[in-house]
Design a binder for this molecule. Structure first.
Ligand code: TPP
Ligand code: MG
Length: 558
């Protein structure tokens, strides 16, 4: 409760700073280490979501960071709370997402005795965050929280961890608030833009690869108009399919896991490759095989908001330190002596041919056909969330994202992300359709957050692609050690009954043709729902079966 002494507790100051910085949602698992903050929530306008495990809470906050470009905020307790949350911190790091994680800490006079659940957060999270710190002096709460927000959101965004000693939080102080933080735009310079325009005009086969963070709907629209004007093909990198309207005539496809061979060929023969916003990490670079290191064989332009990322692996012919938002805005103003001309129509034809129809699959439920049904029947602004597993290959291949932040999934390939992300999206956008797609392994990594969905009355539908195994690893196993199944089989619970036990709706689908009815029933239930798909374990990718992979591997080893 706020005192009558005109002073505020450090916890109250902290919560006031969050509101000043524009935070609406916080996600947490409570702990006795930060009771004073929980109490300050009581009087605040923040929407607090109490979760079942800190990994889920941190992922929810990370998902908010992905969509809004402003730091998602999560509170956890010391020791085990913080280490549980590390799952979300790692995603924020690899996905370049702004996240501020506050951690309760032991009282200042107990530090370094290894007091109950004590951790040295600077040491533990030092290499996983952009900044890990601890607030000793309550008078510095406004300063440090402000810096945490600037640090998380600017340049290449990422996670910040702020530890809060318990006794510091209850001290009463007179201190002024910080002004609201604002993400800083980094704009391309005139000379760089001129050089870029020359390179683009001279190219015969340019291609743009969208990735990273610091995008917006406006930036996606600006780039789409620019691409259309000059017939430039635009591909998206792993899990960033929402950065270009996939129904646009310039869309060239998804450069992720198992990409269209024609897209790969196009990139290999391009004479100008423009990486816009992303890092060209292991997945989009096809395990660092697409381009020579350090100097790509193809003329290479890299646009990235973090100066430290430019020249990190690939030495670009032109490096532009700019946010995608500022760069896309600048593109519209570019003038050319000779207009550039790309091969967008051919690239788009390759994409359409690769994704138009679901492939033939063993088993009675064809997940490709389900994805095509969803692509044709979901509202254009539906949000899809998922974690990691082979099932995601069908999402990337057959769905068509149309809007920025319509796909919320970890580029870091982290399992367990879909349910928490869907909870966060439904909290943020109660009016929008939210779908979670999960593997059977994937789902149970954070399936407990289904309880959070029920608690907050968040009617989103989770589609569980149930093949009774950690399919991805089984696939790799069959490639490397054919026929020697080890630790990849799963005996699953009755997923629809799981949903009902939590207070949700559940249904199982055994045949492709039954999916639409089941999905509609799930949506009509008005509850968090699970639609479980019975998938034949042989259907391991859209084009390969386990039997084929095994036979191929055995033949090669003979
Ligand atoms: C947190 C985490 N743990 C382990 C892995 C390694 N891994 C990647 S995919 C996968 C199996 C996914 O299984 P499932 O969700 O059932 O999807 P499937 O591949 O069967 O479609 C595993 C264990 C990971 N990516 N993330
Ligand atoms: Mg599976």
């Amino acid at each position: 409760m706020r005192g009558k002494d005109n002073l505020r507790s450090a916890a109250e100051v902290l919560v006031d700073q969050l509101s000043i910085h524009g935070v609406r949602h916080v996600f947490c698992v409570p702990g006795e280490s930060y009771l004073a903050v929980l109490d300050a929530f009581h009087d605040s306008d923040l929407a607090v979501t109490v979760c079942r495990q800190e990994g889920g809470a941190a992922m929810m906050a990370e998902a908010i960071g992905k969509v809004t470009g402003r730091p998602g905020v999560c509170f956890v307790t010391r020791g085990p709370g913080a280490t549980n949350a590390s799952h979300g911190i790692h995603i924020a790091k690899q996905d370049s997402t702004p996240l501020v994680l506050f951690v309760g800490q032991v009282a200042r006079d107990m530090r370094e005795r290894e007091a109950f659940q004590e951790l040295d957060y600077r040491a533990v999270f030092g290499s996983m965050t952009k900044w890990a710190t601890e607030i000793d002096d309550p008078a510095r709460v406004p300063e440090i929280v402000s810096r945490a927000f600037y640090t998380a959101a600017n340049g290449r965004p990422g996670p910040v961890v702020v530890a809060l000693p318990e006794d510091m939080l209850t001290e009463r102080i007179a201190v002024g608030d910080a002004p609201p933080f604002a993400p800083i735009e980094t704009s391309p310079g005139a000379a760089e833009l001129e050089k870029f325009a020359q390179m683009l005009a001279a190219a015969k086969a340019p291609i743009i690869l969208n990735g990273g963070s610091r995008w917006s709907q406006a930036a996606c629209d600006q780039l789409a108009r620019f691409a259309q004007k000059y017939s430039l093909p635009v591909a998206t990198t792993f899990r960033r399919g929402h950065l270009f309207d996939q129904t646009h005539p310039c869309y060239a496809g998804d450069l992720g896991i198992g990409p269209n061979p024609k897209l790969l060929a196009r990139i290999k023969t391009a004479d100008l490759v423009i990486v816009l916003g992303g890092r060209l990490g292991e997945l989009p670079s096809q395990a660092y095989t697409l381009f020579d290191i350090p100097r790509p064989q193809t003329t290479f332009v890299h646009v990235h908001p973090g100066a430290e990322e430019l020249g990190r692996v690939y030495s670009p012919h032109l490096a532009i330190n700019a946010t995608p938002t500022a760069f896309a805005a600048a593109l519209e103003k570019l003038e050319f002596a000779r207009a550039p001309q790309g091969e967008a129509a051919a690239a788009n034809a390759d994409y359409r041919e690769w994704t138009e129809k679901p492939t033939e699959q063993p088993g009675a439920v064809n997940f490709g056909a389900v994805m095509v049904w969803l692509r044709e029947n979901l509202p254009a602004d539906a949000i899809l969330c998922n974690g990691a597993g082979n099932y995601a290959a069908w999402i990337h291949r057959f769905f068509r994202f149309r809007r920025f932040a319509q796909h919320i999934a970890p580029a870091s390939g982290s399992m367990g992300y879909g349910v928490p992300a869907a909870v966060a999206m439904k909290r943020l956008y109660p009016e929008r359709t939210v779908i979670c797609l999960a593997g059977d392994g994937d789902f149970l990594m954070n399936g407990q957050e289904f309880a959070t969905a029920v608690q907050y009355d968040l009617p989103f539908t989770t589609i569980i692609v149930d093949n009774g195994m950690y399919g991805t690893i089984r696939m790799h196993q069959e490639r490397e050690y054919p026929g020697r199944i080890s630790a990849t089989e799963l005996r699953n619970p009755d997923f629809p009954a799981y949903a009902r036990a939590f207070g949700g709706f559940g249904v199982s689908v055994e045949r492709t043709e039954d999916f639409p009815e089941a999905f509609k029933a799930a949506q009509a239930s008005g509850k968090p729902a699970i639609v479980r798909l019975a998938i034949d374990p042989e259907a391991i990718t859209p084009t390969m079966t386990i039997a084929k992979i095994r036979a191929k591997s055995l033949a090669e080893k003979r």
